[in-house]
Design a binder for this molecule. Structure first.
Ligand SMILES: [Zn+2]
Length: 278
């Protein structure tokens, strides 16, 4: 198997009152493609119990007559169990050209190419899970940003084995999630009800994709990272799947196996999308 996964979830028990605080440190290392990670986020004293949300209608309608199977066994359960969205459409912010990029024709064009590729990938997934572009980064469930990702020490070789001397490797992309308590939206006419309503355990995802790649690769990278952002927190061992662990010359479109896997993820219980104890 040509890839390696590492994960650790740390659960600490506070000495006071036996309350359980949750902190996360989780990294899945994959060869040549990207990094999945969890941001250290608010420590919650208790998390909601994991329950199953209704299956989103487009996924419920999805059928695979070829019965091509899935790679659900490669999807990581994290501290909240599965990374399932339960409020639709999922909002997506795509970073516009920055002022600095606009001042230089090369970087301005590069930013536009990147944006077009990312937009296409958003449309591809939108067929299966409703996504909506938003213009405010702060409001977005998923933020997609251009970034020249820092070089990282990589200890795995091409066969997924640990090497003695790590090499510096530039990642093409990275996807992170963090947990937060989402206040329920309330009507302006009722400003006092906000404090009374319990918050919902929610997640937000940030995707970084390097801009210095050809348009086809950018779209493939965005397709792949959006697969993670939508809940496939792991990699496929098959080159014909968009969530294949490595970058390849002819990147795959969203495959039946990708969709079968996504559908299974959305059939799992999750702590996300349920009320936090007040
Ligand atoms: Zn990946």
């Amino acid at each position: 198997m040509g890839f390696k996964r590492k994960s650790s979830v740390w659960l600490g028990r506070s000495l006071l009152g036996g309350a359980i605080a949750f902190a996360i440190s989780l990294v899945i290392v994959a060869n040549g493609q990207d990094i999945l990670s969890a941001q250290p986020s608010t420590a919650f004293t208790t998390l909601p119990s994991a329950q199953i949300h209704p299956l989103p209608s487009n996924l419920a309608q999805w059928r695979d007559p070829q019965q091509s199977g899935d790679y659900f066994d490669q999807v990581q359960a994290v501290v909240v169990n599965y990374l399932v969205w339960s409020t639709f459409p999922v909002t997506v912010y795509v970073e516009p050209p920055t002022d600095a990029e606009q001042t230089n024709p090369f970087t301005a064009k590069r930013a536009r190419t990147w944006i077009t590729a990312v937009e296409k990938a958003v449309q591809e997934w939108n067929v299966y899970l409703p996504l909506k572009r938003v213009n405010q980064a702060e409001d977005a469930d998923i933020q997609i940003a251009r970034s020249l990702l820092a070089l990282r020490f990589d200890r795995t070789n091409q066969d997924g084995e640990t090497r003695k001397l790590p090499i510096l490797r530039a990642r093409s992309a990275e996807t992170r999630f963090e947990l937060y308590a989402k206040k329920p939206t309330v009507a302006i006419s009722d400003p006092f009800s906000m404090s009374e309503q319990p918050s919902i355990l929610s997640h937000r995802v940030t995707v970084y994709i390097r801009p210095d790649q050809a348009a086809d690769y950018l779209q493939a990278a965005a397709r792949h990272e959006l697969g993670h952002a939508l809940g496939i927190w792991g990699h496929s061992p098959e080159q014909t799947d968009a969530l294949y662990f490595s970058q390849v010359r002819n990147p795959a479109k969203i495959s039946a196996r990708d969709l079968n896997t996504l559908k299974r993820v959305y059939q799992q219980p999750t702590r996300l999308g349920w009320m936090l104890a007040s």
